[in-house]
Ligand binder design. Structure first.
Ligand code: GRF
Length: 195
């Protein structure tokens, strides 16, 4: 199960990998929270899409229950947030916690949040990167599973840097999902690792 809100390049990477018989995971459905290009990507690969928008619900708690139900209907073993720009609520986390992977465009714990690429540029760091981590109730605070660095060039702007980071995220996410479904993760307090 993939949750997305954006252009869907991470989703495309996963669906392309999953189209190969030898890849150990399949995408059962895509849930989006707004009209977005990820919906077109899912349609192109013939994957069911459910739109569950916060604005269609009386409040965040009701949306939390609705999106939990929408995902639960597909009975996924793993939920991937791939450019999903909403914070998941307590109902969702109590149902799927420990089985939600997020891809983040920075080397956490540096630059959490929605502006990670701009923040890294603004800060003047020389290296940033991509992180795959388990989702907990904080913002990009869950146990880290995989990371890879990306060098920042002096003439990078947000778009050029994000594009190179995304290329790394595509590879990392495909590897992380395969590792998760074949080997699982072990958890020792807050430090989770692939087993
Ligand atoms: C990725 O960089 C992801 O880490 C961030 O949003 C971007 C999503 O890209 N949260 P796309 O929509 O998959 O192209």
């Amino acid at each position: 199960m993939v949750l997305a809100s954006g252009t869907g390049t991470l989703l495309t990477a996963l669906l392309t990998a999953a189209a190969d018989e030898s890849y150990p995971a399949r995408v059962v459905a895509v849930v989006v929270d707004r009209p977005c290009r990820a919906e077109d990507v899912a349609a192109r690969f013939d994957i069911p899409v459910v739109r569950c928008a916060l604005a269609d619900h009386p409040d965040r708690a009701a949306w939390d229950v609705a999106i939990t139900d929408a995902v639960a209907r597909f009975g996924p073993a793993l939920v991937v947030t791939a450019g999903f720009m909403k914070i998941l609520g307590p109902t969702f986390l109590s149902r799927f916690g420990g089985t939600i992977l997020n891809s983040h465009p920075a080397l956490l714990p540096s630059f959490p949040g929605a502006h990670a690429v701009a923040d890294a540029l603004e800060h003047g760091v020389v290296v940033t990167g991509a992180t795959i981590h388990l989702v907990d109730d904080g913002v990009d605070t869950g146990p880290i599973l995989m990371q890879a660095p990306v060098m920042i060039d002096t003439d990078d702007d947000e778009a050029s840097l994000h594009s190179r980071i995304k290329s790394v995220e595509h590879v990392l996410l495909v590897q992380a999902v395969a590792a998760f479904v074949t080997r699982g993760v072990t958890s020792h307090g807050r430090k989770a690792r692939f087993s």
